[in-house]
Design a protein around this ligand. Structure first.
Ligand SMILES: [Ca+2]
Length: 195
């Protein structure tokens, strides 16, 4: 009885499955094509898909900071804790600070080779203070050109991002020319972007 029931059940099920399959084939007469074409296309598209993935992963990556840990100097510096090198050590918790509250002051980095620059980011010590300054670039540390003029800025943002284009620049200098009372020239981090 069990065997009869089992056979009957299996017969019903396989019969139903066959009927369903035939019905499906009637609705989708191109079943064979659907199973073959996608495999061919995926195989053919694999190199292109890999290229697209690499492109988007590179585009999403952070821009390269050319200033990180490069030799830095300054017009003056507080010793021993707030040396020029503290403004490009990659640590926002350390900073360069001038030795007085006077302006102008400058902080400078040697990128050690000519670079094509696309911008910069400066994180000042204080949030809510109006630092007025300029970014300058040079090929020889003697002749300077203005890359970004922020001498009249009214921004009080602690982190400021600047875009500019300049090719063949080896030395970059931040010149601080205006400070609110009681605020000294002091920078947590300078990032210089480019290649
Ligand atoms: Ca730092």
């Amino acid at each position: 009885m069990q065997n009869i029931h089992h056979k009957f059940k299996r017969g019903v099920c396989s019969g139903a499955a066959q009927a369903a399959g035939q019905a499906a084939r009637r609705r989708f007469p191109f079943e064979g094509s659907f199973t073959k074409i996608p495999r061919m296309k995926l195989s053919a598209l694999a190199p292109a898909l890999a290229t697209v993935l690499i492109f988007f992963s590179l585009a999403a990556a952070d821009p390269q900071n050319l200033a990180l840990n490069k030799p830095a100097t300054a017009s003056s510096q507080q010793t021993p804790d707030h040396l020029a090198a503290k403004a490009n050590d990659g640590d926002p918790g350390t900073r360069w600070c001038a030795s007085t509250g006077d302006v102008p002051q400058w902080w400078q980095v040697d990128l050690q080779k000519p670079c094509d620059l696309s911008g910069a980011e400066i994180r000042w010590e204080m949030n809510g203070k109006n630092y007025q300054y300029g970014i300058e670039g040079s090929t020889d540390a003697i002749h300077w050109q203005t890359l970004s003029n922020q001498s009249d800025t009214t921004s009080t943002a602690q982190t400021q991002t600047l875009s500019f284009k300049a090719d063949g620049i080896r030395y970059v200098r931040v010149r601080i020319i205006g400070l609110p009372g009681g605020t000294w020239a002091s920078i947590d981090e300078v990032k210089i972007f480019g290649q």
